[in-house]
Design a protein around this ligand. Structure first.
Ligand SMILES: [Zn+2]
Ligand SMILES: [Zn+2]
Length: 312
């Protein structure tokens, strides 16, 4: 089941909330779907979180075994019948696990919305508020599926821009990251619908009290930039020591939480960090799913989600 008739994410944001909808009415809709889920015995809160961790552990084992068979297939030029059957059943199990984990993400997103009701507001994304959209692009979008292949789609934008305008955003199929023959499994892209610019989100973050341009200028300040670098470095050491990925961003293929990494010779703050699938390996040997953290908004969302405080 889905809690939302809108797109959502783990930051407690809904995308595509119609202009004349009232926040409390929207939240009430989420609340009744959530209560119905609880009433039907659905796992929520700590129980759901524990279940989710167990499924993630199993998912890692399944991915390990799939990787092992894949490598064996490549090195030996084929698999025995039994191995091939095993490979197929593992892939089915992975799809099932991904479905269950998706449901758990929806539960969590609904809880986030219910607990932050008091600070939720509607934001119509325009020239001055594109950083709000970019902030939300950090987290997995729930409910946006590719109409060609059914894979999840990701909110993207022209990465070479310092400050992206509303029309620089688009949806891209995550099948782009799945190799198929010499090409990619799906290259479908689509422009944002008008409704995609209507968000209902937690606007209490200080980053949203300035315009997208002002936010860009603040980040150019060397003092600010140094503080953010220290905080992201600290977060990275913390996650690395716990062998953990980031909570709200997962690889669409493997379903595992993305790992925060730092470039060895960055040219500045917005060239320093990226997220990779834990199955990533150098020289195209592993999963190619990677996301560069090239905007202050993404770094703010990362820090806010992981540490409770953004960058301003
Ligand atoms: Zn697709
Ligand atoms: Zn992956």
């Amino acid at each position: 089941m889905s809690f939302f008739s809108w797109l959502a994410n783990g930051l407690g944001t809904l995308i595509g909330v119609v202009a004349n909808a009232v926040v409390t009415t929207v939240v009430d809709t989420v609340r009744s779907a959530y209560n119905a889920f609880v009433g039907s015995g659905g796992a929520v809160k700590d129980v759901a979180a524990q279940e989710s961790r167990n499924k993630q552990d199993r998912l890692r084992e399944v991915n390990d075994e799939i990787m092992f068979l894949r490598n064996r297939n490549m090195s030996q030029g084929g698999l025995a019948d039994g191995e091939r059957r095993r490979w197929n059943s593992l892939r089915e199990e992975r799809d099932e696990l991904l479905g269950v984990l998706q449901q758990a993400k929806e539960v969590k997103a609904a809880e986030k919305i219910l607990e932050s009701e008091a600070v939720l507001e509607k934001v119509e994304v325009d020239l001055e508020t594109t950083h709000v959209l970019q902030y939300n692009a950090f987290a997995d979008t729930l409910g946006k599926q590719c109409r060609c292949c059914g894979r999840p789609m990701k909110l993207q934008w022209q990465r070479d821009l310092n400050v992206a305008g509303p029309n620089d955003f688009f949806w891209a199929c995550t099948g782009w990251y799945v190799p198929k023959g010499q090409g990619r499994a799906c290259t479908h892209k689509e422009p944002l619908q008008r409704s995609d610019y209507a968000l209902m989100t937690d606007t209490s973050a200080p980053e949203f009290s300035v315009t997208a341009d002002e936010f860009g200028i603040i980040l150019e300040d060397p003092g600010t930039s140094a503080i953010i670098t220290t905080r992201v470095n600290d977060l990275r050491s913390d996650l690395t020591s716990k062998n953990k990925g980031v909570e709200l961003a997962t690889c669409p293929v493997h379903g595992e939480n993305m790992v925060l990494r730092k470039k060895s010779n960055p040219t500045g703050l917005l060239d320093s960090y990226f997220l990779v699938c834990p199955r990533w390996k150098p020289n195209n040997q592993g999963c190619p799913f990677m996301e560069k953290l090239k905007s202050g908004s993404q770094l703010a969302a990362l820090l806010k989600a992981e540490t409770g405080r953004g960058i301003l």
